[in-house]
Design a protein around this ligand. Structure first.
Ligand code: REL
Length: 855
């Protein structure tokens, strides 16, 4: 809590918060009753999670009003009240229902629904009340924390030191009336890849992944409307490490699961701990059965049981594993579930994860009972691998999705900093939602920090995917920024957050090095480094401007990721210059090696700064190594890049003249009288951003839309609705057209850059689109039919792009029209380059060659 008597800050914060929600519960103007004057009334026999939420709410109110609210259990108070309870378990709520003071029909019999209503004269003593009722325990808690957020208590208050601005004069508004319920049933996070950062931090602060640690995690989850977790499992075991962990799960009503390869509620590490012999069902069925039976007996809490089996340690099963054996395993596991719960297996929620090779078993025809949720997975890089076809027969257990914000594995770990860009998360999860993947969404969040932004977004999208569209994603980031950092700079902060995540999604910091961007072509490396520095400079200026109370949170949520990432760009850019000069024997007046050394040391200094925040509260949290990767696995420590020092006498040239010479050759063909916003040939290419179409022609059943900010350069386009596909013979399909002017004729290549969306419907040709030039016949191009090939897939993942090249012949100079036709859904086009002969290499492709409008 912090004290700030500035009315201005208070007003700004409140008016900001009120814009975040459609219906606001609180008001800064006299209306209803003063929050500080109310007591909380709840039933002391209500569900445990309700009691948990009530106590946290009491302390939230104290943070806001500086006054401890009394807790009461009867409606006969002589004060205004906040009445909290679950519909079927609270006597006080039942009394209100019976006296017809409140209408609970909108939440009745719903999953996790809540209603928040202002009622007058609740106990006929002329006192008003704010009533928060949940259809069940978690629904009540979600209602309570919705109110907390509106009061100015961010879910990240503890986890990111987001301050609560004191406001003793806050009123409960007479207009308060808000009913809500989630659309995705289970919404969760997976704590994974948790060493060294989270593991060492939790050891130092709590003594490990024990009930004290989970107390903090589960509180955060409830505040974020989440209900489901796969706990940390690198050398740890939720049930085995601390017998009180299960109690904490009950206290917060968090549904416990185990990761995709840990069946029947047992952590992988337990097999190692208890001397399990072979993790092989064919050779060792009895030991495995008894191992799993114990897992089920122990997990008396609310749970979702993972079924199926992978090889030991998250590896595929042995070559040639028969799906018949797997079906036997599942059958046995279901009988253990039935026997240990005393109910038919179908009454315990279960998932079968189609992770990596398990998806192949599914494709070969393996099936599990209909009540089991099929957990579709991404490729570990945020690209969904498979979706049920829109016309697929519904399943009782429905579908879920397992998504990644962090990964340990090929082509290279990404686990240091946030590289997740909101538009791509939205676009992929929207595909899932529109294809009926609505039973469960879980995301691998690594160490929780520094994934605060994408975690918030993922869980909000899961709560109500229909609330989001391609045009309100920046508004979400602004809203999020207001909630954490006040509403004075949220537009600039959102811009910073959008840009740094976009840049980190171009290539992860672990994959970035001196060779990623071209030093000599299109001024690329210099350009991207400058872009990053501009964002960093903007972040510096906001850091200086924001009130002291926000600085810790700002450093964690904004400044550190931006500055540390920009620092890496500067470091590798200077390495590239050093290497270039060495290779070409160029004498430089710039001391590149010293600069590199500076940035290398600055990286460590930034880590220390993070660790020292708030008296060392986040010590270890940024200790993940990230410089010096040579293969997929992390280096043990950050390693300085190799630098060259050479004798100036051997230099052939001085630096100043060299780079400009290499970048000359700027022959532009700008046709006279060409209309604005058409594209022209520069050197040997024409480069077009996908959203810069000359014409966007809607089809009968779908049309192209722009997704702002998506992709590596400016934005991207895709077709909506995302479930519609076209037949090749359909002439009324949506298309975008690009007029461009050329002066070179003859054989050319059209290169299309698309986001690495995978073969979602598992079809022979993969996703396709049509390409045609002028009035020539349409050519159908397959984007991803070979995503089963590991090298190809890793190439797409590492570069975060798929490029396809279509050879054409252009016989005349002057105006041409390129057309891209909609065929499959899910195709996300970022950029188009038409070129003759060789295109000079670069990471992003050449910048757009557009005739700019004159005004
Ligand atoms: O990211 C994943 O889904 C997997 O690599 C992990 O779940 C994996 O199992 C690992 O942390 C440990 O086994």
């Amino acid at each position: 809590m912090m004290k700030k008597n500035g009315w201005l800050i208070l007003f700004i914060l409140l008016s900001g918060i009120q814009c975040l929600y459609a219906q606001s519960i609180f008001s800064n103007n006299p209306s209803g009753f003063k929050l500080s004057e109310a007591s909380i009334i709840f039933d002391s026999t209500d569900l445990e999670v309700v009691q948990t939420a009530v106590h946290l709410f009491q302390s939230d109110i104290e943070k806001v009003t500086a006054k401890k609210t009394a807790l009461k259990h009867e409606l006969n108070s002589s004060k205004p009240a906040i009445i909290i309870g679950s519909l079927d378990n609270s006597a006080v709520i039942q009394q209100l229902v019976q006296s017809k003071k409140i209408n609970t029909n909108p939440i009745n019999k719903k999953w996790e629904a809540f209603t928040i209503q202002y009622i007058k004269n609740y106990n006929n003593k002329n006192n008003d009340a704010l009533v928060i009722i949940g259809s069940d325990g978690r629904g009540t808690a979600f209602g309570v924390f919705t109110a907390s957020r509106q009061m100015g208590v961010s879910p990240w208050n503890w986890w990111a030191d987001v301050p609560v601005i004191e406001n003793p004069n806050l009123y409960v508004s007479t207009n308060a009336n808000l009913t809500d319920a989630p659309k995705v049933k289970y919404r969760g996070i997976f704590i994974n890849d948790e060493a060294p950062a989270l593991s060492n931090w939790s050891k130092e602060k709590f003594g490990g992944f024990n009930h004290k640690f989970y107390d903090k995690v589960f509180e955060l989850m409830l505040r974020l409307n989440a209900n489901y977790i796969w706990p940390a499992m690198w050398g740890s075991a939720f049930y085995d490490d601390d017998s009180l962990n299960i109690n904490i799960a009950k206290k917060y009503a968090i549904v416990i699961g185990t990761s995709h390869h840990e069946p029947l509620m047992r952590a992988h590490d337990e097999w190692r701990r208890y001397g399990g012999r072979q993790w092989n069902y064919q050779n060792n069925p009895l030991q495995l059965d008894s191992f799993w039976t114990k897992g089920m007996q122990r997990a008396t809490n609310e749970k979702i049981v993972t079924i199926g089996m992978r090889g030991d340690g998250d590896e595929p099963m042995s070559e040639g594993t028969a799906t018949a054996l797997l079906e036997t395993i599942v059958e046995k596991q279901r009988s253990i579930i039935a026997q240990t719960t005393g109910k038919p297996a179908s009454e315990t929620p279960q998932i079968w994860a189609l992770y990596k090779e398990v998806q192949d078993y599914y494709d070969k025809g393996m099936r599990v009972p209909d009540d089991v949720t099929l957990l579709i997975c991404d490729d570990n890089w945020g690209n969904i691998r498979r979706l049920p076809k829109p016309d697929e027969k519904p399943r009782k257990g429905g579908y879920g999705i397992y998504y990644h914000f962090d990964y340990v594995g090929g082509p290279r770990n990404y686990k240091w900093i946030n590289t997740n860009h909101i538009p791509r998360i939205w676009e992929q999860m929207n595909l899932a939602w529109k294809h009926n993947v609505n039973n469960l969404w879980i995301v691998n969040v690594g160490d929780i920090k520094p994934m605060e932004l994408p975690i918030s977004f993922f869980l909000e999208q899961a709560w109500n995917p229909d609330r989001f569209n391609q045009n309100n994603l920046t508004a979400f980031v602004e809203k999020w920024s207001t909630e954490q950092l006040g509403n004075k700079h949220q537009k600039s902060i959102a811009q910073i957050l959008n840009l740094y995540t976009k840049y980190n999604a171009r290539i992860t910091p672990e994959l970035l090095d001196q060779n990623t961007f071209s030093l000599t072509n299109y001024d690329e490396f210099n350009r991207v480094t400058k872009e990053y520095n501009r964002v960093k400079n903007l972040s510096d200026s906001i850091f200086n401007l924001i009130p002291t109370a926000y600085k810790n949170a700002y450093f964690q949520l904004v400044q550190y990721p931006v500055e540390a990432s920009a620092n890496l760009y500067n470091m590798y850019y200077n390495v590239a210059r050093n290497h270039f000069n060495y290779k070409h024997k160029i004498q430089s007046i710039t001391p590149y090696p010293q600069k590199v050394q500076y940035y290398f040391l600055h990286d460590a200094a930034l880590t220390n700064q993070y660790h020292e925040l708030n008296n060392g509260k986040w010590n270890h949290m940024m200790s993940q190594t990230h410089i010096g990767y040579t293969y997929w696995q992390q280096p043990e420590k950050n390693v300085m890049p190799t630098l060259y020092h050479f004798n100036a006498d051997s230099a052939k040239m001085i630096e100043k003249i060299m780079l400009p010479i290499l970048s000359i050759n700027n022959k532009k063909f700008v046709p006279k009288n060409a209309p604005e916003n058409t594209f022209f040939q520069n050197e040997n290419y024409v480069s077009i951003e996908a959203a810069s179409f000359t014409r966007n022609i809607a089809g009968k059943n779908a049309s192209y839309v722009e997704i702002p900010n998506l992709g590596k350069t400016i934005s991207a386009i895709t077709t909506h609705p995302v479930t519609i596909r076209n037949e090749k013979t359909n002439k009324e399909t949506a298309r975008v057209e690009y007029d461009f002017y050329n002066n070179t004729t003859g054989k050319a290549i059209i290169r299309i850059h698309v986001s690495p969306t995978l073969n979602l419907y598992h079809e022979k040709e993969g996703l396709q689109l049509g390409v045609s030039l002028n009035n020539e016949p349409v050519e159908f191009v397959s984007l991803n039919k070979n995503d089963g090939n590991v090298d190809t897939l890793e190439h797409w993942q590492a570069n975060s792009i798929i490029t396809r090249e279509i050879p054409v012949t252009i016989n005349k100079q002057g105006k041409q029209t390129l057309k891209l036709w909609h065929l499959s859904p899910g195709v996300v086009i970022q950029k188009i380059v038409i070129y003759w002969n060789e295109l000079k290499p670069s990471f992003l492709g050449p910048p757009e060659t557009k005739i700019q409008s004159k005004n």
